[in-house]
Design a protein around this ligand. Sequence first.
Ligand code: HEM
Ligand SMILES: [Ca+2]
Ligand SMILES: [Ca+2]
Length: 300
Amino acid sequence: KLAYDYYKCSCPNLETIVKGEMLSIFLTDATAPAAFLRLMFHDCQVQGCDASILLNSDNSKHKPEMVSSKNFDIRKRESIGYIKSILEKECPGKVSCADIIALAAKESVSFSGGPHIQIPLGRKDSTTSNYQQADASLPPQGIKVHELIHTFASKGMNLEESIAIIGAHTLGVGHCMNIASRLYDPQPNGHTQYGYEGYLRLKCPTRVPLTNFTFVPNDITPTIFDNQYYRDVLMGKGLFTIDSSISTDPRTAPIVRHFAIDQNYFFQVFSSAFVKLSSTNVLTKGKGEVRRQCNRININ
Ligand code: HEM
Ligand SMILES: [Ca+2]
Ligand SMILES: [Ca+2]
């Protein structure tokens, strides 16, 4: 089982060390918190929170998760490896890469102005990473509301928590490749303000993006963890299809409106959803290993 005091004896300064290292990363890169938060989701969504996303190979014939196009623009994997190398000096062989990913994500939320979340620790690292699992498990931008509810219900989240966790889109950006399909093969999906659609077409003028690098902010305050995302989606400024859909679906619209006017309530529900996302389907006692280096399995 995971425990809040898991490293009390084996690595008592863990959280202080991670916090200090994260701070220096944040001060040099304002886009880092978004990257760490998405990294945690993409780790936990595929085989559970087991640092499978960090492996460059699992010594099998499978290609690793990062080969999946769903992991486009996943960043900061090497920063987790760097923090791990510091922790190996302080407490060798103790702290899993999976726990470092989860800690980096919670530090990202609080540094950006979001809630201070306590999370239980003790995840082990996987010995496998397979891109087909990533292709199958990571949701596409056009996922339907009922599929979103189903995805997060399987992690023990209720409806409010499912709508709170996607509020992670208060940070960061999306690239045209993930936006073009909703602009150029329109499907009925939520509500998009006419002016906002024009803005997106200007940013992403072609069905097949001219470059891989053009991006649009997820909400109007993309470096601040706030409830602006919900106000944006209510105004028809949801970047992805799913962001628009939750603002009009009768099951989810009242929750979006509640979070849009009550940031404290959003923070409270986001925190409990974050603990669920980062704690379900983890490898504990006896299963998995504590990697010595985050990008490769241990060779004994
Ligand atoms: C149904 C669920 C979700 C879908 C369909 C979805 C989809 C996406 C897509 C398509 C992008 C843009 C990637 C790009 O073009 O660069 C994105 C970005 C992002 N997502 Fe999600 N997402 C979902 C849930 C989540 C959750 C649960 C979290 C975190 C807890 C999260 C955190 C983020 C963050 C922080 C970014 C911005 C990354 C950056 O700027 O580097 N998403 N998401
Ligand atoms: Ca994983
Ligand atoms: Ca924001």
